[in-house]
Design a protein around this ligand. Structure first.
Ligand SMILES: Nc1nc2c(ncn2[C@@H]2O[C@H](COP(=O)(O)OP(=O)(O)OP(=O)(O)O)[C@@H](O)[C@H]2O)c(=O)[nH]1
Length: 558
């Protein structure tokens, strides 16, 4: 912060004033988060507690109702069984021979009807009471029928006695004689069914008609006459009794029908009421489930709304952050400063964007400044290591090379080159011309060696050529090439000719090679050896190259 205040007060001022103006329409991140999350949390808590409350109350209600419904179904099942038992008991009461069986059926029917499972509905109580009274009536009728049947039984026996007496007194013998009806023999109980009454009635009529023929004789004995009278009276009484029984039978049948109808009605009513009751419970359960649906729907809508708000909120946070990240990445790649990174209603994000823009500008400025510095540095470095006149690497560069290469590589070759009679050029043509000759010689030497070789201006009109990887023979060839190349420069004009100049510039070369000298060689010792060879070349007439067999410094002692 201090750095920027110190170096870019103007930019900071701009940014600060921009941020102050932005603060008016912006909202702080903390406030934004509070505004986003607090209502959501409150809404969610309300929704969840509401849902839990409603759900538990509905579940409780539904569970109770379900229990009740199951209870009702069980009641209904038991009642159906009871109703079936009632029907069976009533059938026994109506049709089973013997009063003892009928009484027991009557008691059963009464007990079944009194059970609460059937009459637990108020609306069925009246019907139940009515059926109870009808059952009682049927039972009374049944008893009455039994009494009347007993009367018929007794009358039948009297009729049977008088008939037998009449039959015997009229001259017949034995029970079997005269086709006395077999029924007269027995004392079987007479069934109360109407068809049997009719049958007995017609049978009695037939018996009476058959036996009474004997009574129609004009002369009857006193005994026979009395027997006939008794037979006729008993027949008449029996007939009357048959009529009574028939009427009672009809009445009984009517009572039975009535009771049957009442029973059916009670069954129907019971089924109707029970079904309605169970259906009502099921309806209530459905209603409760229906009540839950809008609550679940509302809850779903609330959750969706919350999700939408959250997504919106996160987009408002994440999109600017992503934009900032992209802006930083782009700036890192292109160094182009965007006018504006983001526009966010959230104050902190907006401020980050502004600060980043300021930082980008500052960074870009610093970057261009350091580029300039680096370029100056490179230029200075080049100047310090190169000769201003010739553009060749200078003595300082050679010294650097010597310092960084304590032991000369095995195939290193080195040449010391000196222009012949250069003093004369200076003296006759002046120093400026001498400089031109130096430049031409330097250019020619540089052009004559390969890329990997380096030409240094050693001092004055003397040069040092270093060939890092060369054989003895090649070193000699290079020296010869240099001698030849320089002769293309005219001493008169300092210009380079296609062919050898008329008054050519010449040089003398002293060569040194590592392998020519035993032991580890330093560059400096090689320079000394090459200087020695150069001296010899000068001595032997110049314009030639001499090779140093051994360095003076490193030469083995004799
Ligand atoms: N024009 C010019 N002359 C220079 C420069 N540096 C050295 N000299 C001159 O080069 C001459 C070197 O002369 P000498 O050392 O006597 O050698 P020479 O005349 O070339 O004779 P030999 O080397 O024996 O062939 C001197 O006159 C220096 O003044 C330079 O940068 N420019």
């Amino acid at each position: 912060m201090m750095f920027f205040r110190k170096h870019a007060p103007d930019a900071l001022e701009d940014a600060s004033s921009g941020m102050r103006s932005q603060a008016k329409g912006s909202i702080r991140l903390r406030s934004f988060l509070i505004l986003l999350f607090v209502p959501i949390i409150i809404l969610m808590m309300i929704s969840v507690s509401l849902l839990v409350h409603v759900n538990s109350s509905i579940s409780k209600h539904t569970s109770n109702l379900s229990k009740e419904t199951v209870q009702k179904i069980l009641y209904a099942q038991r009642s159906f069984v009871n109703l079936e038992s009632l029907r069976s008991a009533l059938s026994t009461l109506a049709t089973t021979p013997g009063l003892a069986n009928a009484r027991s059926a009557y008691i059963d029917a009464f007990a079944l009807l009194s059970e609460s499972s059937i009459d637990r509905h108020e609306s069925m109580k009246a019907e139940t009471m009515l059926l109870l009274s009808k059952i009682r009536t049927v039972w009374l009728e049944r008893q009455k029928l039994e009494t009347e049947r007993d009367v018929i039984y007794r009358e039948w026996k009297i009729f049977h006695g008088f008939g037998l007496m009449t039959y015997l007194l009229s001259g017949n013998t034995g029970n079997e004689a005269g086709g006395f009806p077999a029924v007269m023999r027995g004392n079987e109980r007479i069934d109360i069914v109407e068809a049997k009454v009719d049958l007995l009635s017609s049978l009695a009529h037939k018996i009476y008609a058959d036996i009474h023929q004997s009574c129609t004789h004009p002369v009857l004995s006193e005994n026979l006459k009395n027997a006939c009278d008794g037979f006729t009276r008993s027949y008449e009484r029996l007939n009357r009794q048959f009529s009574t029984l028939k009427a009672s039978n009809q009445k009984f049948q009517a009572r039975l029908d009535d009771m049957e109808e009442s029973t059916s009605k009670l069954s129907r009513l019971f089924i109707e009421i029970e079904s309605q009751d169970i259906l009502k419970d099921v309806g209530v359960i459905n209603q409760l489930a229906d009540q839950l649906q809008p609550i679940v729907g509302t809850f779903t809508v609330v959750i969706l709304l919350i999700c939408a708000v959250l997504i919106l909120g996160f987009m408002m946070l994440l999109r600017p952050l992503r934009a900032i990240s992209i802006a930083i990445e782009r700036f890192e790649q292109t160094l182009r400063v965007p006018d504006r990174i983001i526009h966010s209603p959230i104050l902190e994000l907006s401020q980050i964007s502004e600060w980043l823009t300021v930082l980008f500008k500052r960074f870009a400025k610093e970057q261009s400044r350091s580029k300039e510095l680096f370029s100056s540095y490179r230029s200075l470095l080049w100047t310090s290591s190169h000769d201003a006149l010739t553009g060749l690497a200078n003595r300082y560069a050679l010294q650097n090379f010597i310092n960084t290469t304590p032991v000369a590589p095995a195939r290193l070759g080195l040449m010391m080159v000196d222009i012949d009679f250069f003093k004369r050029i200076n003296d006759t043509r002046g120093h400026l011309f001498g400089d031109k000759v130096l430049q031409a010689a330097a250019h020619t030497l540089k052009a004559a060696v390969s890329e990997s070789d380096e030409v240094f201006r050693y001092g004055g009109e003397e040069f040092c050529v270093i060939c890092p990887d060369v054989s003895d023979e090649n070193l000699r060839k290079i020296a010869a090439r240099l001698l030849k190349a320089v002769r293309h420069i005219s001493r008169d004009t300092a210009e380079l000719h296609e062919d050898e100049a008329e008054n050519p510039l010449t040089i003398s070369i002293g060569c040194a090679r590592v392998n020519l000298m035993p032991g580890a060689q330093s560059i400096e010792s090689m320079i000394a050896a090459a200087d020695e060879a150069l001296y010899r070349a000068k001595q032997r007439g110049r314009n030639r190259a001499e090779t140093a067999p051994l360095s003076t410094a490193d030469a083995p002692q004799p």
